[in-house]
Design a protein around this ligand. Structure first.
Ligand code: KG4
Ligand code: ZN
Length: 344
């Protein structure tokens, strides 16, 4: 089964064609990130306009790359939320229109659930259930328990900033460009992570919630206390911040793995690009007494793109697909409806 995936929840306009949930036939991502850089974060109005500009060229390129036309695909999967309303509308309206025009079923996909399916995009190595997923990006810090396809429970989320957002804000404070995660990681390599003992918010609470805003404020406080800001001091601040943030992420994630006897741990989202996080997760999983396999998709699949939306559309087809007639006279609810939502 070949599914066209469409993802437009934020500043990426993405389309992909994936066969049987595991084989990528083509994938394209256009991004308005460069324009947002000078504002230090995504500007929703600009992101919406760019979505409208990019969507058709991205779709055209995706079919051309796969050397296919619309008669070759079996269904369309589209992100319906969570995300920015304007950008989401562009993808959803395009998908609905194409579904009607081409008479193909439409699979509405929750963006969060989509991220989890980046771990399934591999013909040779699949996660097994129960699975704990950590979705760590600029928009989310979520721990999800998945017992089967369509059987998901949200264990906890951040109460304030997402972890990637904290990286971005600390980077900005330290005078580094946006997006800050890769920059913080880079300069942290020449820093000493033990110089500042930053707080590890909520690390010992029994729940699976996170909070990163206090940590960010502590970094600001230490930064302001310094009379000079030498490259070494900046590197020490970055390294100490990174260690504190990752310690919390890893400790709570591993606790979820232990609590739910997870057989697989999946770490995805932009922050999964962080090599230090990968190392800490690998060490933590290796020291577990249970057999747990760690899945960290390559960066090209972990950050926002449409391959995992198509993959989610494949595995959830039976549960979620709508025939063109089913959505012809209804406006798709852009907020995830209960049938799609990760239940708390
Ligand atoms: O998944 P993504 O591309 O977009 C969404 O936010 O949905 O994630 C981007 C986020 C940004 O906050 C960025 O700073 C962070 O992921 N990030 C990193 C690293 N690479 C990207 N954070 C820490 N270390 C990295 N190496
Ligand atoms: Zn995302």
């Amino acid at each position: 089964m070949k599914i066209l995936g469409i993802e437009t929840s934020c500043d990426e306009t993405a389309a992909a064609i994936v066969e049987d949930g595991t084989t990528i036939l083509s994938s394209n991502v256009a991004s308005s990130l460069e324009i947002h850089k000078k504002y230090g974060g995504v500007v929703p109005e600009i992101a919406s306009r760019k979505q409208a500009e990019y969507i058709i060229p991205v779709l055209t390129e995706t079919f051309a790359q796969a050397q296919m036309d619309h008669s070759d695909i079996d269904a369309i999967a589209v992100t319906i939320g969570p995300g920015l309303m304007g950008p989401l509308l562009v993808g959803v309206d395009t998908a609905r229109t194409l579904s009607l025009l081409w008479n193909k079923p439409l699979v509405p996909v929750n963006h969060l659930i989509g991220h989890i399916y980046s771990g399934f995009l591999n013909e040779n190595r699949y996660p097994t259930f129960p699975l704990v997923a950590l979705i760590a990006s600029g928009g989310h810090t979520d721990l999800v328990l998945m017992k089967g396809h369509g059987d998901l429970t949200l264990l906890g989320s951040t109460r304030d900033d997402a972890v990637g957002e904290a990286f971005d804000k600390v980077a900005r404070l330290l005078g580094l460009p946006y997006p800050g995660g890769p920059e913080v990681e880079k300069i942290a390599r020449s820093g000493d992570e033990s110089v500042y003992n930053f707080p590890r918010p909520m690390i010992d609470t029994k729940d699976f919630e996170f909070s990163f805003s206090g940590l960010k404020t502590s970094v600001r406080y230490e930064f302001q206390k310094l009379e000079t800001h030498t490259p070494q001091q900046i590197a020490d601040l970055a390294a100490s911040f990174q260690k504190a943030a990752l310690d919390v992420l890893v400790k709570k994630t591993i606790r979820a793995v232990e609590t739910y006897h997870a057989r697989s741990l999946l770490v995805t989202g932009g922050v999964a690009a962080n090599q230090y996080l990968k190392k800490l997760c690998t060490n933590a999983v290796n020291s577990l007494t249970t057999e747990t396999s760690l899945f960290i998709p390559p960066l090209s699949l972990a950050t926002d793109n449409a391959t995992y939306i198509a993959t989610a559309g494949y595995f959830l087809f039976d549960k979620l697909a709508l025939s063109p007639n089913d959505h012809i006279d209804q406006i798709l609810n852009l907020r995830p409806n209960p049938a799609l939502q990760v239940n708390g």
